[in-house]
Design a protein around this ligand. Sequence first.
Ligand SMILES: C[S@@+](CC[C@H](N)C(=O)[O-])C[C@H]1O[C@@H](n2cnc3c(N)ncnc32)[C@H](O)[C@@H]1O
Length: 411
Amino acid sequence: MKPNKVLVAVTSFDYTDNADKLKTFFSSAYDTIIIHSNNLNECPKTVDYIIPNNYYTGLWNKSIQKTIEGDYEWLLFVASDVSILNQEIQSLSELINSITQDNNIGVYTFSVDPKSRRTYNELFNQQTKTIRDTSKIEGFCFLCRTSILRKMYPIDYSANQYGWGLDWGMIEIAKRNKLRTVVDDRVIVYHPRSLYPINEKIALKQMMAFLKNLKKQEIQMNRIIIINNLIKTHKYDSYLEIGTRFKKDCFDQIQCNHKLCVDPGKNDIYNFNITSDEFFDINQQKFDIIFIDGLHTAEQSYKDIVNSIKILNDNGSIVVHDTNPPTEFHATEKQYTPKENIIAGYNWNGTVWKSIFKLRKERKDLIFETYECDWGVTIIRKGNGSLLELDNDFFSFEIFDKNRKEILNTK
Ligand SMILES: C[S@@+](CC[C@H](N)C(=O)[O-])C[C@H]1O[C@@H](n2cnc3c(N)ncnc32)[C@H](O)[C@@H]1O
């Protein structure tokens, strides 16, 4: 009998013959459908649904719609150009069955043959013969819990047609629900370069808008609530903000008797329209609470934190934004690096995490605590802390990613 937990959706675009092959392969173990959506190519022979050409997002939406309608607990999404290299369906379904019984896993993906088109390094097969945690998946082949997909479905394909960023969305929601994303080195897939032309500039723009919206859904906690709670709890009287951009976004919402903001930009009117370094050079005042959200490089945020500690009243708090980047994409040294095609833009957390890491190795007179919301909000207070034992001499993101709870001391 087929396990009715999983629906396999083979999504056909370029490779119609292979779609039929994949359907035959999966059908012996799972309910399997083919959804086709490319007007330019002829349909696979065993197609189940033909939808208008709404690119990846159209296929993704239709697969989830069928998963929800059929009351399946999981969707295995497989693009029609994927070849599974080393598995018989019998053993593959045994692996998948064990995954679907693991309550800690939210998203699962196969490892990628190094001869495939370029993918994220961590997805290439590493011959571990087991599953390992990953911060990336590829949209061409994944198994995901319906409970995660429901939280994103349906994606507005008029706004995000190419569907870039949906993979990050799944991982992010899995994370928020304390579920793991894993890659399986026991299964290897080959994925060729797509034949279909894609406008990468538009796809990137659409992805930014999508990720920004996903960020807005984080309503549980955010920097503003955290800062206002600290002010109320400790009866703080003076607030300094380093990096403000639009005052309405945060500064204006902070409830404190005396407030000052510093920003060298031109987006608003600030008390000090200069850089934080220039401000610390001339400043004579002390503050109860200082919010650091200026330039997100490791070097500058480190300086901002150290300078802020010097002008913080004894019972005061420093609040640092963007300390918990979800992926390496969000954690580049520069905000815009178009040459390498990494343009984090508004989703840029930078390398602020490195300054927290460095301080945790240096300062046992400080106590650190991080909220895992709003890209990471770390509170630093004076007190008897302990030095971090973990080493990461070359500031590898991978090591940070595996140990972020310990490094940031997340709540
Ligand atoms: C992410 S925005 C601040 C967002 C704001 N704090 C909020 O919560 O909505 C970063 C701001 O830092 C400013 N900035 C850049 N370099 C800076 C520096 N060296 N010192 C202070 N602010 C800086 C930028 O002009 C920008 O307005």
